[in-house]
Design a binder for this molecule. Structure first.
Ligand code: IMP
Ligand code: MG
Length: 184
């Protein structure tokens, strides 16, 4: 697995620094609110599990799954919800927890869906932000982010290529030869 990595963008320690900074800020901003963290599966599992431990105020957690990618490294543009929150969210301040904000369509769609259920508020937190890739018409802005990344396909710390590499403890880019074929 390590032999497939061309370059490390963020080490385990650098990621931990970002996560801890975001956790502190959330704890401050939401101290008088009713926080529900919603992890966007699967890419955000590592971020979510580390971030929730850096949050020092009471909160609940839940999970949603949205799919806009298959094996390809380019977005299909269509976002499907394959796992949803089942209970009433009207009493909660929702914070969507995402791994990477790319075209922006996933978080925009999830924000729209959740807003229709009349929560107290909905905001978005993404560990990484790829501003160059934002799709036309996407207006959503992140409330919290760890770092911006250039237009390169990154893996590790939850982020996958064809479902692999999620278990790398750092975030990096793959060697070009690893992308043998694009299946979509
Ligand atoms: P968006 O809807 O285009 O913003 O895409 C969001 C989803 O695409 C993320 O949750 C990731 O699962 C996936 N994605 C986007 N860029 C990357 C990347 O560089 N590496 C791995 N997954 C990515
Ligand atoms: Mg993915």
């Amino acid at each position: 697995m390590l032999k497939d990595i061309k370059e490390v963008f963020f080490s385990k320690e650098e990621i931990q620094g970002m996560v801890s900074r975001i956790g502190k800020q959330i704890s401050e901003d939401y101290k008088d609110k009713n926080l529900l963290l919603v992890c966007v599966l699967k890419g955000s599992v590592c971020f979510m599990s580390d971030l929730m431990k850096e949050i020092t105020i009471p909160c609940k957690i839940d999970f949603m799954e949205a799919k806009s990618y298959g094996a390809a490294t380019v977005t299909s543009g269509v976002v499907n919800i394959s796992k949803d929150i089942v209970y009433d969210i009207s009493d909660y301040d929702i914070l969507l927890i995402e791994d990477i904000f790319d075209s922006g369509r996933t978080l925009e769609k999830l924000t729209q869906i959740l807003s229709h259920r009349n929560p107290k508020s909905v905001a978005c937190c993404s560990l990484l932000d790829k501003p160059e890739r934002r799709a036309e018409g996407v207006k959503l802005e992140l409330k919290y982010t760890g770092a911006q990344v250039p237009d390169a396909f990154v893996v590790g710390y939850g982020l996958d290529y064809d479902e692999y590499y999620r278990n790398l403890p750092f975030i990096g880019v793959l060697k070009p030869e690893v992308y043998t074929e694009i299946k979509e």
